[in-house]
Design a protein around this ligand. Sequence first.
Ligand code: PEP
Ligand code: MG
Length: 328
Amino acid sequence: ARKKLSKLKKTPAVTIDGTPVTLLANIEFPDDCKAALENGAVGIGLFRSEFLFMGRNGNISRIPGEEEQFEAYKKAVTLMKGRPVTIRTIDIGADKPLGTPETSTLNPALGKRAIRYCLAEPELFLAQLRAILRASAFGPVKLLIPMLVHAFEIDQTLAFIEEAKAQLREAKIKFDEKIQIGAMVEVPAAILGLPMFTSRLDFISIGTNDLIQYALAIDRVDPEVAHLYNPLHPAILTMLSMTIWAADKANIPVSICGEMAGDAHLTRLLLGMGLREFSMHPAQLLNVKQEILSSNMKLLKPKVDKVLSLVEEAAIEEAVQQLQLEKT
Ligand code: PEP
Ligand code: MG
């Protein structure tokens, strides 16, 4: 099956009735761009930059300097040959903890993680922003910010980006003045407060891994509650369809970069909700493309509308399975 799928590498991801879909890759290191391209990715939707900071034990063990980061981001941009590369600023804390015990917090998923950490560490944040901005002189780069919740956090982040830009201008170092800036939407409050995001930013990307964790109150790394972690909970589907709808209304591009985007069993459901941009592990790209190529939006849309009206998990699971089996 793998061999047959590989034939789809260069096939554009378009539904039977002509709806184009953008398939992007999630990467952890610049070298992962090779796998992304081998599987037909048209860009990088999520570069998890914190992996440059991580040791083998999965903890954040070292802080690479601006030059080292710049080289890594530039390498990804160069490998992607003109395709967009979305670089997420470090998402440390929670499931990617800092290496030192004195920095551990009581409830790491709800603690000083991701943008909260960066806003508290200006030198570290500015160095990363400069490194990303400098890479943007070598090809299209987008900046993605994790875990934003409050409007003032967005504003502070934008101010830091302006400061990093000013520092580079002062030093006469080139970067893309119009670099696109987006937010991960991965906390329920961000979804319910979406206008704070759409009025300030160029794009949003839904992080379903954390969204499910926070919406269902289930630690995403705790095996004791793993059986309760269900992407098809009606509350999750409602939040996803709301977000896609609201982003479209606001004319802001929206993607999903959590695991849901790479689950081929869910491709038709997400297509029917209106999602047109998916970012996933490179190994999933062709499976998802195959689903898109065999989907017909005209038939699919009313079926997905019915799924979205269901309120019981079991019924939703069954209906989603049907979407896959039926000719849609
Ligand atoms: C997510 O939360 O869905 C996401 C894509 O980010 P991460 O898995 O790195 O937290
Ligand atoms: Mg996340």
